[in-house]
Design a protein around this ligand. Structure first.
Ligand SMILES: [Zn+2]
Ligand SMILES: [Zn+2]
Length: 253
């Protein structure tokens, strides 16, 4: 676990790192995203307290209608930004183009968004990749985000407790119900993880949240394994709720 002193040392080490260019405005500085760009692209948005979907200004409640009708498995979702503007490009660079230097500023963005809604969070874990996808990519971007957010917040992070059993097959031809079943069946708790998950208040981290079906399936598996509560944290949330499970698997894997 990282202490505040460790965190301060890490911050100092970063401040002394050689200059790099901001990925957005190309200003030379010490971080891959400059403070001005982050500020400009992080509008404050009213969101559903359960699923973090954008609530229209005229929406009177703090919970969206869909969550009123059917609560998700997780207690709450917190996201930093909408999946729009420069964020899809930056997240794609992190995920598909080896842009792991972006993990730190994106994790910090996430940590800043969740720090006032931590509750009793005692353990942070990433949405897992399938073994095949992990081999292809070489890293799990959600684990990079989870680990660095944990360092920032002083909360332990751990990977390998939840497993994604297989590469999600093309789901286009399946009915909505079948697609949901496939997603639900894709996650399981690792056999030796039960003791580590018991009575923990877990935050599960993803880079992008779309329908929430993937995160819901993860929450279900964790709660069945004895976790006390599950929250979900994502860097970005699709602003329009498409309710398409196909899209969920496309962006979250
Ligand atoms: Zn910039
Ligand atoms: Zn909601």
């Amino acid at each position: 676990m990282f202490t505040r002193a460790n965190h301060a040392r890490l911050t100092l080490a970063r401040a002394a790192a050689p200059a790099s260019q901001c990925h957005l405005c190309r200003t030379w500085q010490s971080e891959p995203l400059c403070a001005a760009c982050i500020q400009a692209w992080r509008p404050s948005t009213r969101r559903c307290l359960r699923c973090a979907i954008d609530l229209h200004d005229d929406h009177p409640d703090t919970i969206c209608q869909r969550c009123e009708d059917q609560s998700p498995e997780f207690d709450r979702a917190v996201v930093a930004v909408d999946y729009s503007g420069p964020w899809p490009g930056l997240l794609a660079r992190l995920k598909f183009q080896g842009g792991t230097a972006l993990a730190w500023p994106l994790a910090r963005l996430l940590a800043e968004a969740v720090q006032h809604r931590l509750g009793n969070t005692s353990l942070i874990i990433p949405v897992p990749l399938s073994p095949q996808r992990l081999r292809e990519r070489g890293y799990n971007q959600s684990w990079l985000l989870a680990r660095q957010a944990g360092q920032y917040l002083g909360i332990p992070a751990c990977t390998g407790l939840l497993e994604r059993l297989r590469h999600t097959p093309r789901l286009m031809s399946l009915s909505a119900e079948e697609r949901l079943k496939q997603i639900q069946a894709a996650f399981q708790v690792a056999p030796n993880a039960l003791a580590k998950l018991a009575d923990q208040d877990i935050a599960i981290v993803d880079d992008v949240m779309t329908t929430g079906a993937t995160l819901n399936a993860c929450a279900q598996a964790l709660l069945a394994a004895g976790a006390r509560s599950v929250s979900v944290w994502a860097v970005a949330r699709t602003p329009v709720d498409t309710r398409s499970d196909q899209m969920d698997t496309a962006t979250s894997a």
